[in-house]
Design a protein around this ligand. Structure first.
Ligand code: ADP
Ligand code: ADP
Ligand code: ZN
Length: 218
């Protein structure tokens, strides 16, 4: 099964993608994670993306489409993938349609994760991740079970993103409303759009997504 998690910064896309990956063996494809890795490695793509990301704008369509095209061609995507943070423009969605059609693949579900803007600033400002396995946490909403120790891998080192500050979040929200929100009618018209309440508790959001996907829940 191939799906897209669609929502503004802080909606919970990464959190839910990681859960679906662990529970259902789908591969998480996060363009944000891939771009951050490229910036850290200082590759040509990283050099082109760095400043735009720091300002909270969108990296050009040709860069992210190229990254995803390479990634989807890899073997581990055959059993299904979760796109997290891609597509973010109609041009990216059209490019995705083309690359899937070329490979005889299709999109099964697009999940609209609805969260009000006022909540997102607090979500993003309190976000941190495990430095080793990238599991996501939050200062207030999702702390590790044992303070300072990653639930998943036991690491005691964590990191925060440079762009997760209140000022950049506002630019990212503007980019979402102007460039990404038009994807909702795009996918609605294709009959693949499902909606969940992204403001519910993390477990409840997972339950709602699994219901849309038709997975039995415990
Ligand atoms: P996105 O990938 O959409 O930007 P994340 O999954 O990184 O969002 O979530 C943003 C922050 O909010 C993280 O710190 C995460 O722990 C927290 N979070 C995610 N989902 C919820 C939720 N349903 N309720 C409260 N906090 C959440
Ligand atoms: P969030 O989970 O908070 O929405 P991401 O990690 O998905 O943030 O993305 C971080 C930044 O990387 C974005 O603000 C943007 O600059 C860039 N980016 C990620 N995915 C895309 C994309 N599909 N198109 C353009 N830029 C992207
Ligand atoms: Zn970890």
């Amino acid at each position: 099964m191939n799906l897209i998690l669609l929502g503004p910064p802080g909606a919970g896309k990464g959190t839910q993608a990681q859960r679906l990956e662990r529970a259902h063996g789908l591969v998480q494809l996060s363009t944000g994670d891939m771009l951050r890795a490229a910036v850290a490695a200082g590759t040509e793509v990283g050099k082109r993306a760095k400043e735009v990301m720091a300002a909270g704008g969108l990296v050009s369509d040709d860069i992210v489409v190229g990254i995803i095209a390479d990634r989807i061609a890899q073997d581990d995507c055959k059993n299904g993938f979760i796109l997290d943070g891609f597509p973010r423009t109609v041009a990216q969605a059209e490019a995705l349609d083309t690359m899937l059609a070329e490979r005889g693949m299709k999109l099964h579900h697009v999940i609209d994760m609805q969260v009000d803007d006022e909540i997102l600033v607090e979500r993003v400002s309190g976000r941190y991740t495990c430095a080793k396995c990238n599991a996501g946490y939050h200062d207030k909403f999702h702390q590790p079970k044992v303070a300072g120790v990653c639930d998943i891998c036991g690491s005691t080192e964590f990191k925060r993103r440079a762009d997760d500050n209140a000022e950049t979040v506002r630019s990212r929200l503007e980019a979402f409303h102007a460039q990404t929100a038009p994807l909702l009618p795009y996918y609605e018209s294709k009959g693949v759009l499902g909606t969940v309440d992204g403001m519910a508790a993390i477990d409840e959001v997972t339950r709602q997504i699994e219901a849309v996907l038709g997975f039995a829940t415990a």
